[in-house]
Design a protein around this ligand. Sequence first.
Ligand SMILES: [Zn+2]
Ligand SMILES: [Zn+2]
Length: 757
Amino acid sequence: MQGLSVKVSGTVQGVGFRPFVFQLAERYRLTGWVRNTNSLVEIELDGDEAALDGFLRDLRQRAPPLARIEAVEIERRAPSGFSSFEIVASEPDEGWGSIPPDAATCDACLEECFDPTERRYRYPFTNCTHCGPRFTIIESLPYDRPRTTMRCFTMCDDCRREYTDPRDRRFHAQPIACPACGPRVWRHGGPGETGAEDAIEAGLSLLRDGKILAIKGLGGFQLACDATNREAVARLRARKGRYGKPFALMVPDMVWVRRLCEPTELEVDLLSSRERPIVLIRRRPEATVAPDVAPGLDTLGLMLPYTPLHHLLLRSFDGPLVMTSGNLSEEPIAIGNREALARLADIADDFLFHDRDIYARYDDSVVRVLGEVAVPIRRARSFAPDPLALPFTARHDILGCGAQQKNTFCLVKEDRAFLSQHIGDLENLETLEHFQAALATFRRLFKVEPEVIAHDMHPDYLSTRVAQEYPVPGTVRVAVQHHHAHVVSAMVEHGVSDRVIGVAYDGTGYGLDGAIWGGEILIADWKNFQRVAHLRYAPMLGGEAAIRKPYRMAAGYVWSLCRASEAEFASFIGTLPIGERIILRRQFETQFNTPPTSSCGRLFDAAAALLGVRTEAVYEGQPAVELEALADPKADDLYPFDLLRADGRWVIDPAATLRALWCDYRTGRPVRVIAAAFHNTVAAFTVEVCRAVRDKHRLNRVVLSGGCFQNALLTRRLLDRLGAEGFELLTHRHVPPNDGGISLGQAAVAHALTVGD
Ligand SMILES: [Zn+2]
Ligand SMILES: [Zn+2]
């Protein structure tokens, strides 16, 4: 007989860990007890040597699906003479690290939901300790039912029995519910008191008729329509005011995934993971979805059902549904029934409501495989706010306010970073309110009181204003350069603090010289950066308007960088509308509203415009996304470029690249080869600069960050070529490469700059 004291830390509360320990102890005939304390689980055990060993092995290997064990502390001691095994009362729980984010319906619950002999047969809110809502319904911690939006539902006797039985998988499942006592679904336009079955059936027949249905989901309302119905999809686009941007699809199962796309093994795993994100996957050319679902793209964004309500709908519908956030374009997702009625009235033909309130707004997450790694493009439901472990311990609580586009904020407490869910583009009051509400929730849940506030250098960003107007006196403000924050965000993910070569390619970032940066190669550590190379400045004719009209970027390149060979582009300039041509020319000559930019995104815009791929863009990055979709990954053609030296920096001049590209286009080379050659050239000049920086500065680590690295082809090319040159490469894994990751970098820079205070 032996005694054992065990302390388990990590995400071990609210995940069924104590009943798991209880059942494990029974299996090995051990005596003692288990309890929660703060964010630990403490276990005391008596038993014989072999049984204790078996217990410890299974503790790690068979842990419940939502548990994430970080450390197990073991102390051997003399036996205490326990006579049984018990779950004992918890110490008050102050911990935050213990709550997992929302998780997709588990297999056991799904089986129950489709088993006519079960009391939860076809019940849309079936869940257990291994699955169901978490952060979308939690108002405050500790995580207990009265502090969730489930508090207004009183458990029935059957549910209470399950809830209090440590052998049941619903032991202490806070959102536990059943048809007798839990939330219910109804159809807005339906006749008063009909059952959930009628509501779902009515919703399905609307969808089959090509109508648009607003469905209250897990983190907010979703708008659904038949993805194979051309008119339905077009109507949804028109009513939502969302043009061009692809719609995500929800499909019933993996058979449907394979009917529409060609997923890799990793993509299959991602689709069926408990996070159930939208995964961007190469589509089959013959995929039978309406062309308007993802115009101009070679990928589809697919997800599998992740709540019982989704399963019930999709199994019966038996086809792909457009499933997009319930909002007007650019506004936050709607969460309340009345709110949805008001905001979505002009979009949806009908509503499927339910009465489990959503406390926090979460959009669906989006993931793309980039260079064999699954990278979040939009980190929201089921990912946020899972804390990120930091390679430092902050002395002060820090807030990183993020950027303007794809905003997230980041709160740092000690050695943890809580990166918020995707908030959106901070360009309207609704999104700013979403930001403020999410920030208030995070501060309360995780007990963070920021003393240091980091923000972008851009004076006009709303996130900068948030930092400047932060209501707590005495807070220290730190302005962080946009691309420095990008590079540091990836460094932090990898625990790297020594200087690196940081390649930051994106659309827009405020530069130290007032220009718009975005094709930057930095030498950076957490505190400082040095701009060692950048793309040569080109004029952005009409400023921001050039983003929507990429031909303006092309004209700017032609008139400035390609001036000597302007005549070669005469037939391109000739395609510009005459009035526009005169205005642009005047802007170019007077420099009126024409900031210089080194943006790599804008270089992609210019290339796409010259190739006629896209002359007007409805969303930022659209030209680049379509150029990538066209490119033949097998083509290894390359265009020339020049590397100049100016003011102690390398300046990448793509004039020769654009001339060669234009010449190829005019002589009728296939656009797929030209598009590939353009990608290859961007990779090639990047490699050449990295090589030069390595020779001069003895640095071998390269970080790739910025929105351009959502481009799978560019990422693949750079990983291959830099890898072949012996560089050590750091790319994103847990935070988005786009501006959604900026807030983490800002917080880390602020930490480094204030650590001595
Ligand atoms: Zn379950
Ligand atoms: Zn019940």
